[in-house]
Design a protein around this ligand. Sequence first.
Ligand code: PLP
Length: 404
Amino acid sequence: MQTLKKSTKLNNVCYDIRGPVLDEAKRMEEEGHRILKLNIGNPAPFGFEAPEEILQDVLHNLPNAQGYCESKGLYSARKAVMQECQRKKIDHVSIEDIYLGNGVSELIVMAMQCLLNDGDEILIPAPDYPLWTAASRLAGGKAVHYICDEQSDWYPDLNDIRSKITSNTRGIVLINPNNPTGALYPESLLKEVIEIAREHNLVVLADEIYDKILYDDAKHTSIASLADDILFLTFNGLSKSYRVAGFRSGWMIMSGNKHNATDFIEGLNMLSSMRLCANVPSQHAIQTALGGYQSINDLVLPGGRLKDQRDLAWEMLDNIPGVSCVKPKGALYLFPKLDVKRFNIYDDEKFAYDLLKQEKMLVVQGTAFNWPEPDHFRIVSLPYVDQLEDAITRIARFLSKYKQ
Ligand code: PLP
């Protein structure tokens, strides 16, 4: 009998956040080891709870959520996203411009399927949240990575972006605030990206899922609020700011210049109908979440749990000999740099594997985020400070003796 092979469409696709090192961690857990998992940005297992009113609203509406809804999503939820657009100063967004999905993830895949023909190019940051690269390759596109510059607070290198544009480039992805670096982009930089998009007729795809997880009084600007003559797709959802990642509730907003996009919009509408609709019970969470008390602020302000954890993790990591870390301004991660000469690191997956075996701790190697060098890793800043303190002490101990 012939062996069953995955389709060749997947040959180029990878998603290493949940890759072989995680498989090994699972195996070790089955053997009875306790593994400290600093690998996934999932707030719930770290004791973060969703606002009670969101849970109550979903429970209350469960009996009304038995059927499919309109494929773009419930009117009430999309209306709430529309109001959010007003708060974010994204103009001229109607109900029809809003698509709800099973998390931002589904909508990223959908947008890439709709945008890219075989061989079309899309500019994606390095490092990136790797679903963007995976989804663009799955769609037959070519992920062209532009460098974000660690020396400049991890801002996108605009010259690198410009140098990588060809006649095949269709769009540019921005992740702001960024996963994995925690960078937050100023308005002046966003305007320069818009200028490039304008000049080359590119769609801007803005992943803003961490827009409310900001430290040190930082302010987030939605890039779509800064122009109306190019096409923007803005992605956001409830997974992080409202701590309900398991609900799978996200949205995509189309804004800006839609005049030349009728065919593209038809494609999106068709893809949206093909999956019938997103999970209906969790769509009921959106109105309450966006309209309710923004409890995420209590977590990121001084004295808030997320801020304390970010502060401690950053300081401890940055103090490890051979490690340096740009202080994150937003999101839930740290992306420290390793002195590869000092530790003789040539393979960062092996580094993550060795750390797992020795310290029973799971981090993600930088190359899983399409970072070109084996000199970074990512940890989440979600654990309580005492757990983080223990974890980073263990990383320091491990590195004090590590040579690859
Ligand atoms: N975009 C970024 C930058 C993320 O970090 C994540 C999840 O970690 C997602 C999208 C996926 O979010 P969702 O849970 O809405 O699918």
